[in-house]
Design a protein around this ligand. Structure first.
Ligand SMILES: Nc1ccn([C@@H]2O[C@H](COP(=O)(O)OP(=O)(O)OP(=O)(O)O)[C@@H](O)[C@H]2O)c(=O)n1
Length: 362
């Protein structure tokens, strides 16, 4: 049997990027041989094994042929006669279809190295269209490698458009879609992910609820420069949604994790204040904090301050973070100790917080 390093690890190494997970392909082995060597089989559909010591993934070389709709319709062949080039041919992009043997020698039948040099994301073969997730993957790689100067080959964009128009994108399960979203949000150019999906008509089938404008794309680009927090970056997309925007449906469609959902809700509910074209007064800030659950969620102060700063960059609100942090420090317990009861506590708490905000802004 022969073992090769493949996929992202080889690509990232050639690009001079830190190498993440390592994936290997094994040519000429049976599952029984792998088990005998102490590898542990994972997943039923694909013959993938975990190395007994490193726990890295080793997949038997395979070909795949699409049979039906959606993700269930693959006929997988892992016969020991499957060659390395055959396995590489089923992969998505040429830059992801380079293998490296144990001596460091590269096997690159589809011109991946040349495409790395030319900075092109290009599909390997027409089998690209068999997996609709690839539309999102290409958009995500485009966002990740935009700063390196990568573009997407025209023919690859044509295939992405064909896939978007076929309706296949709607068969993707939410978790897989969201995983690509989250990876795209953590790149240096998440707006490129959105732009490419729009360009190939894939936006509508994936997130019909979310309307995108040039202003919104620019917001996203700016927030990306000020914070690595993907929750904040995603929530920024709520800033310019209209009154008929259905956040509930969007979060169901993407199965948004709770932290994303809650911050998105907070931003959408407070968008009028966040976009207010005049400085926020102490009482505006109090309302903003009340409406976004800032008292219980201290991270929100910075998150919303970042969003406010990019929404209205020319307006100086003074020390929002400082003021709200001081207001948060007001302790309801101390008010109860003063003998206040019931609704009096709530009222006094608001008054004290307002005073603290005023002091903090001054
Ligand atoms: N829908 C997919 C998913 C994966 N692959 C292939 O499997 C490899 C490993 O996939 P994955 O780990 O998802 O991505 P990486 O390319 O390793 O990128 P990263 O880990 O940086 O996201 C890819 O390089 C690609 O060759 C593919 O062709 N089509």
């Amino acid at each position: 049997m022969d073992i090769y390093l493949v996929g992202g690890a080889v690509r990232d190494q050639l690009l001079g990027c830190p190498v993440g997970d390592k994936d290997y392909v094994v040519v000429g082995a049976t599952p029984e041989q792998m088990l005998q060597l102490g590898y542990q089989q994972v997943g039923k559909d694909f013959p993938v094994f975990l190395h007994p010591q490193t726990r890295e993934e080793y997949a038997l070389a395979r070909t795949e042929r699409k049979q039906g709709q959606g993700y269930t319709g693959f006929q997988v062949n892992t016969d020991t006669s499957i060659t390395l080039p055959e396995d590489l041919e089923r992969r998505d992009l040429t830059i992801n279809a380079i293998a490296q043997d144990e001596h460091g020698q590269l096997i690159d039948p589809f011109g991946g190295q040349q495409d790395i040099q030319k900075r092109v994301l290009r599909h390997v073969s027409s089998a690209f269209i068999e997996d609709p997730l690839r539309v999102l993957r290409v958009a995500r790689f485009y966002a990740r490698f935009k700063t390196f100067g990568f573009i997407v080959a025209d023919q690859t964009k044509d295939l992405m458009r064909t896939m978007a128009q076929s309706g296949e994108l709607t068969t993707l399960v939410a978790e897989r879609v969201w995983r690509e979203w989250e990876k795209a949000l953590s790149t240096d150019a998440p707006s490129a992910f959105i732009e490419l999906l729009i360009e190939v008509d894939a936006w509508q089938p994936i997130v019909p609820e979310l309307s995108v404008s040039t202003e919104l794309l620019s917001d996203l680009q700016q927030i990306t420069q000020v914070t690595p927090c993907t929750h904040t970056r995603f929530a920024t997309l709520m800033l310019r949604q209209q009154d008929n925007f259905d956040l509930k449906q969007l979060s169901q469609r993407l199965r948004l994790p709770n932290q994303y959902k809650r911050l998105a809700q907070a931003v959408y509910a407070s968008r009028a204040q966040l976009l207010q074209p005049s400085p926020l007064s102490p009482s505006d800030l109090l309302t903003l904090a009340d409406n976004t659950d800032m008292w219980r969620q201290p991270d929100r102060i910075e998150q919303l301050a970042h969003i406010r700063n990019i929404a209205r960059p020319n307006i100086s609100d003074g020390g929002i973070v400082e003021a709200l942090t001081q207001a948060r420090a007001i302790n309801a317990g101390a008010l109860v100790a003063r003998g206040l009861k019931g609704p009096e506590v709530g009222r006094a708490l608001s008054e004290e917080r307002l005073l603290a905000i005023k002091r903090g802004l001054a």
